[in-house]
Structures are given as structure tokens and as C-alpha cells.
Design a binder for this molecule. Structure first.
Ligand code: AMP
Length: 280
């Protein structure tokens, strides 16, 4: 497994691979890898000749400096997991390599996708995500890039970004990987106290119950019910939203062909957890 650090390292390998007529599968991550990340790698491994994973904790997508500081970093274990998953190359750039002109985000117009949910509660977050993913795509020149539905809004934003920037890369969505008790796998889970870790599966439980409730209730009633249920838990709900999964706009009226998805963000102490579930 090759470790790539500079822009030259990456570009040389990518150009060589593409010149040989081979496909490149790319999985961007921020490290602290778990089986959710590995499921993306496995999808990439199945469909491409060369698999490249990046590990980069992107400062411009953190609106909360404390969250950036405390973001788990486990590089040695990450590299071991990637080797086991038969990854060909890992790109581990420094901040200077990713931001040669300083840590600054490009400002994007994602046609409103960026103003909902995560975007509303994390100002600047998606400009940071767009900026880093665009740079990573330019360097790694992927045929296909893999994104988890765990960050569903991010996935939609990246699909929009490649259209806006006219980038020739296929964006491949990958289903959410969960712990046995239903908690969506996340690098942040390792920061939970034992008590909060035990409580955290309630997020997925309430998503599932809300889906059942929604069958015989309106969107407003469902949202109201979920908020009340969250008050009984040890988590603090930031938002619960029912949205059209294409536009990400709030969905309040049912209609046959609309694909509604529920989105949630909740705090366990200062640790912010997100999850989502298709309601169709
Ligand atoms: P992160 O390292 O958190 O930036 O995540 C890197 C990629 O892994 C993103 O595309 C995430 O959506 C995806 N990912 C993170 N957790 C999961 C999960 N539990 N299941 C599937 N994909 C995930």
C-alpha cells in the first residue's frame, strides 16, 4: 500500500493509472476509521482497478474549533485497516498541501441545498466540504467516488458540486452502517461516555418509530411526537426534519411520488450525532 503525501505523489500515480486505461475509485475520509468507512472501501474495491483513500481532517468544514481540536486521530490503526481492506494507496496530505494559499473556503451556490439542516446549524460547513472535496477530486482524478448516506445532505451537495464544476466523476452512495444496537457508526462515537453510548441508539429507535407513526399521521404531528419523545431521553435534540430527499426542502404534505427522508441531529453531552432514515 502506497502512502502519498505530496501533490506530485498523487498526481504521478493517478496519471500513470489513467494512462494504463485503469479506473480509479476514491474514498475521502477524515480518519478514525470504522466499518462504515470500510464498507465504502469495499464498494470501491469491487468496481475499480485502483482504490485510493484520503485521510484529512479538514479544518474549513469545522464551525466549532473545539470539535476540530477533539476530532479523533488514529493514523496508525487507520493505515492497518486500509491495508487489510486491500487499498492500493492512501493520501495523507498536510494542511499546507491541501491549502497552499491558506485555510480558506470557496463560496458555493448549491441551489439552497446548503441552507437546510446541517447547513443551517453549521454555518460555512458545506463551503468547507465543497472546497476540500473539489481539491481532492482535482488531485486524485477519480473515475468514481464513494460517499456514505450517513451524511446524506453532504452526499446531495457533492452530487450538485460535480454538476456545477462539470467534473467527470461518478458519485456512488453507500448505505449507512450501524452498530448491532442500531447506532450509526461514526468516528465521534468513540468520544461518548459509557452512559451516553448506551443511550445513543435511541436516535435510530425513534427514527424507526417515527416512520411507523408517519404512516397514520401528518408530517407536523410526527415532528411534534418525535420532539416530545426526545425530551424523555438523555440526548438533546438539535433538529428533527422531514425533507424531500432530492431538494432537501422541508416536506409537510404527503404525496405519492415524493421521497421523504427523516433527518436528525442530537447532542450527547457536547458530542453531536446525526442520522437519517428513508420514510418510503
Ligand atoms: P468522515 O470520515 O466522517 O468524513 O466520513 C467519510 C465518509 O464515510 C463519508 O462519505 C461518510 O458519509 C462515510 N461514513 C461515515 N460513517 C458511515 C457509516 N456509518 N456508514 C456509511 N458511511 C459512513
Amino acid at each position: 500500500m502506497k502512502i502519498l503525501k505530496s501533490t506530485e505523489d498523487v498526481q504521478n500515480l493517478m496519471i500513470k493509472t489513467l494512462n494504463e486505461g485503469k479506473s480509479i475509485g476514491f474514498v475521502p475520509t477524515m480518519g478514525a476509521l470504522h466499518l462504515g468507512h470500510i464498507s465504502l472501501v469495499q464498494a470501491a474495491r469491487k468496481e475499480n482497478d485502483l482504490v485510493v483513500v484520503s485521510i484529512f481532517v479538514n479544518p474549513t468544514q469545522f464551525n466549532n474549533p473545539e470539535d476540530l481540536k477533539k476530532y479523533p486521530r488514529t493514523e496508525e490503526a487507520d493505515l492497518e485497516k486500509l491495508k487489510m481492506a486491500k487499498v492500493d494507496a492512501v493520501f495523507v496530505p498536510s494542511v499546507e498541501v491541501m491549502y497552499p494559499e491558506g485555510e480558506k473556503s470557496q463560496s458555493f451556490d448549491f441551489k439552497g441545498l446548503e441552507n437546510q439542516m446541517e447547513g443551517a446549524f453549521r454555518p460555512g460547513h458545506f463551503d468547507g466540504v465543497g472546497t476540500v472535496v473539489k481539491r481532492l477530486f482535482e488531485l486524485t482524478m477519480p473515475t468514481r467516488a464513494y460517499f456514505g448516506e450517513k451524511d446524506f445532505q453532504q452526499l446531495r451537495i457533492i452530487q450538485e458540486m460535480v454538476k456545477i464544476e462539470q467534473m467527470e466523476v461518478e458519485i456512488v452512495p453507500v448505505e449507512i452502517m450501524r452498530e448491532e444496537d442500531g447506532l450509526a457508526m461514526s468516528s465521534r462515537n468513540m468520544r461518548l461516555t459509557q452512559a451516553k453510548r448506551q443511550e445513543a441508539p435511541v436516535i435510530y429507535e425513534l427514527l424507526q418509530k417515527a416512520k411507523a407513526y408517519y404512516q397514520s399521521h401528518t408530517a407536523q404531528e410526527t415532528i411534534h411526537w418525535v420532539k416530545k419523545e426526545f425530551e424523555k431521553t438523555a440526548l438533546e435534540l438539535e433538529y428533527f426534519e422531514l425533507a424531500d430527499e432530492t431538494t432537501l426542502l422541508p416536506s409537510r404534505r404527503k404525496s405519492k411520488n415524493k421521497k421523504v427522508r427523516a433527518f436528525v441531529a442530537a447532542y450527547a453531552d457536547e458530542i453531536r450525532l446525526i442520522d437519517n432514515l428513508a420514510f418510503y
